[in-house]
Design a protein around this ligand. Structure first.
Ligand code: THU
Length: 141
Protein backbone atom coordinates (compact mmCIF):
# COMPACT_ATOMS: atom_id res chain seq x y z
CA UNK A 1 0.00 0.00 0.00
CA UNK A 2 1.28 3.46 -0.83
CA UNK A 3 2.09 6.14 1.73
CA UNK A 4 -1.20 7.77 2.65
CA UNK A 5 -3.82 5.45 1.15
CA UNK A 6 -7.04 5.00 3.07
CA UNK A 7 -9.04 1.80 3.34
CA UNK A 8 -11.35 1.98 0.32
CA UNK A 9 -14.50 1.04 2.22
CA UNK A 10 -13.86 3.51 5.04
CA UNK A 11 -13.61 0.76 7.66
CA UNK A 12 -10.63 0.12 9.88
CA UNK A 13 -7.73 -1.49 8.09
CA UNK A 14 -6.91 -5.05 9.12
CA UNK A 15 -3.81 -5.49 11.28
CA UNK A 16 -2.35 -7.63 8.49
CA UNK A 17 -2.80 -4.81 5.98
CA UNK A 18 -1.06 -2.36 8.31
CA UNK A 19 1.81 -4.83 8.79
CA UNK A 20 2.01 -5.32 5.03
CA UNK A 21 2.33 -1.55 4.56
CA UNK A 22 5.24 -1.58 7.02
CA UNK A 23 6.86 -4.47 5.13
CA UNK A 24 6.66 -2.47 1.90
CA UNK A 25 8.04 0.67 3.57
CA UNK A 26 10.96 -1.38 4.89
CA UNK A 27 12.07 -1.98 1.30
CA UNK A 28 12.99 1.73 1.11
CA UNK A 29 15.22 1.65 4.21
CA UNK A 30 18.56 3.44 3.88
CA UNK A 31 20.50 1.03 6.10
CA UNK A 32 23.89 1.54 4.50
CA UNK A 33 25.85 0.92 7.69
CA UNK A 34 23.88 -1.53 9.84
CA UNK A 35 22.11 -3.32 6.98
CA UNK A 36 19.25 -3.61 9.48
CA UNK A 37 16.16 -2.52 7.56
CA UNK A 38 13.06 -1.42 9.45
CA UNK A 39 9.65 -0.36 8.16
CA UNK A 40 6.81 1.32 10.01
CA UNK A 41 3.19 2.04 9.13
CA UNK A 42 1.29 4.52 11.27
CA UNK A 43 -2.50 4.55 11.16
CA UNK A 44 -4.24 7.88 11.73
CA UNK A 45 -7.64 8.37 13.32
CA UNK A 46 -9.19 9.05 9.92
CA UNK A 47 -7.89 5.76 8.54
CA UNK A 48 -4.90 7.06 6.61
CA UNK A 49 -1.66 5.11 6.71
CA UNK A 50 1.65 6.98 6.76
CA UNK A 51 4.77 4.88 6.35
CA UNK A 52 8.43 5.30 7.26
CA UNK A 53 11.75 3.49 7.06
CA UNK A 54 15.04 3.98 8.86
CA UNK A 55 17.48 6.41 7.27
CA UNK A 56 21.16 6.07 8.16
CA UNK A 57 24.00 8.36 7.18
CA UNK A 58 27.77 8.66 7.58
CA UNK A 59 27.52 10.47 10.91
CA UNK A 60 25.85 7.35 12.36
CA UNK A 61 24.43 9.50 15.16
CA UNK A 62 22.00 11.35 12.91
CA UNK A 63 20.32 8.11 11.94
CA UNK A 64 16.55 8.25 12.29
CA UNK A 65 14.38 5.24 12.96
CA UNK A 66 11.45 4.13 10.83
CA UNK A 67 8.94 4.99 13.55
CA UNK A 68 10.03 8.61 13.88
CA UNK A 69 10.16 9.04 10.10
CA UNK A 70 6.55 7.85 9.93
CA UNK A 71 5.46 10.11 12.78
CA UNK A 72 7.24 13.21 11.47
CA UNK A 73 5.88 12.61 7.97
CA UNK A 74 2.37 12.27 9.40
CA UNK A 75 2.65 15.42 11.51
CA UNK A 76 4.02 17.34 8.54
CA UNK A 77 0.99 16.24 6.51
CA UNK A 78 -1.36 17.59 9.17
CA UNK A 79 -2.29 14.41 11.03
CA UNK A 80 -2.69 14.81 14.77
CA UNK A 81 -4.50 11.68 15.98
CA UNK A 82 -3.18 8.16 15.73
CA UNK A 83 -4.48 4.69 16.48
CA UNK A 84 -1.89 2.03 15.64
CA UNK A 85 1.64 1.54 14.34
CA UNK A 86 3.11 -1.58 12.75
CA UNK A 87 6.87 -2.13 12.91
CA UNK A 88 8.63 -4.70 10.75
CA UNK A 89 12.20 -6.03 10.67
CA UNK A 90 13.66 -9.23 9.24
CA UNK A 91 14.32 -10.88 12.60
CA UNK A 92 12.86 -13.85 14.41
CA UNK A 93 12.43 -11.90 17.64
CA UNK A 94 10.22 -8.87 17.04
CA UNK A 95 11.89 -5.45 16.93
CA UNK A 96 10.33 -3.04 19.45
CA UNK A 97 10.70 0.74 19.13
CA UNK A 98 13.85 2.24 20.69
CA UNK A 99 13.59 4.57 23.68
CA UNK A 100 13.74 7.74 21.58
CA UNK A 101 10.92 6.51 19.38
CA UNK A 102 8.80 5.51 22.38
CA UNK A 103 9.14 9.04 23.71
CA UNK A 104 8.18 10.67 20.40
CA UNK A 105 5.30 8.26 19.80
CA UNK A 106 3.98 8.98 23.31
CA UNK A 107 4.28 12.73 22.82
CA UNK A 108 2.25 12.79 19.62
CA UNK A 109 0.08 9.67 19.80
CA UNK A 110 -0.39 8.82 23.47
CA UNK A 111 -1.19 5.21 24.19
CA UNK A 112 -0.68 3.83 20.70
CA UNK A 113 -1.32 0.18 19.81
CA UNK A 114 1.96 -1.30 18.58
CA UNK A 115 2.02 -4.28 16.22
CA UNK A 116 5.36 -6.05 15.84
CA UNK A 117 6.03 -8.32 12.89
CA UNK A 118 8.72 -9.79 10.70
CA UNK A 119 8.59 -10.63 7.00
CA UNK A 120 6.37 -13.67 7.53
CA UNK A 121 4.56 -13.44 10.82
CA UNK A 122 2.65 -11.05 13.03
CA UNK A 123 4.48 -11.40 16.34
CA UNK A 124 2.36 -9.52 18.84
CA UNK A 125 0.53 -6.40 19.98
CA UNK A 126 1.60 -4.05 22.76
CA UNK A 127 0.28 -0.87 24.33
CA UNK A 128 2.74 2.01 24.34
CA UNK A 129 1.93 2.73 27.99
CA UNK A 130 3.38 -0.69 28.85
CA UNK A 131 6.56 -0.05 26.86
CA UNK A 132 7.03 3.43 28.34
CA UNK A 133 5.94 3.40 31.97
CA UNK A 134 6.12 6.68 33.88
CA UNK A 135 6.61 8.80 30.76
CA UNK A 136 7.80 12.37 30.74
CA UNK A 137 5.38 14.63 28.88
CA UNK A 138 3.89 18.11 28.81
CA UNK A 139 1.64 17.37 31.79
CA UNK A 140 4.78 17.57 33.92
CA UNK A 141 5.94 20.98 32.69
N1 THU B 1 15.88 1.03 14.00
C1 THU B 1 14.64 1.44 13.64
O1 THU B 1 14.44 2.03 12.58
N2 THU B 1 13.61 1.15 14.47
C2 THU B 1 13.69 0.39 15.60
O2 THU B 1 12.69 0.14 16.24
C3 THU B 1 15.00 -0.11 16.03
C4 THU B 1 16.18 0.37 15.26
C5 THU B 1 16.99 1.27 13.08
C6 THU B 1 17.99 2.30 13.48
C7 THU B 1 19.21 1.85 12.69
O3 THU B 1 19.14 2.37 11.38
C8 THU B 1 19.06 0.35 12.61
O4 THU B 1 17.72 0.07 12.90
C9 THU B 1 19.95 -0.41 13.57
O5 THU B 1 19.81 0.04 14.87
Amino acid sequence: MAGSDRPRDGRRLSADALVQAAREAREHAVATFSHFKVGAALETADGSVVTGCNVENATYGLTICAERVAMFKALSEGHRQFTRIAIVADTDAPTPPCGACRQILWEFAGNLEIHLANLGDHKGVHQLKDLLPLPFDARLL
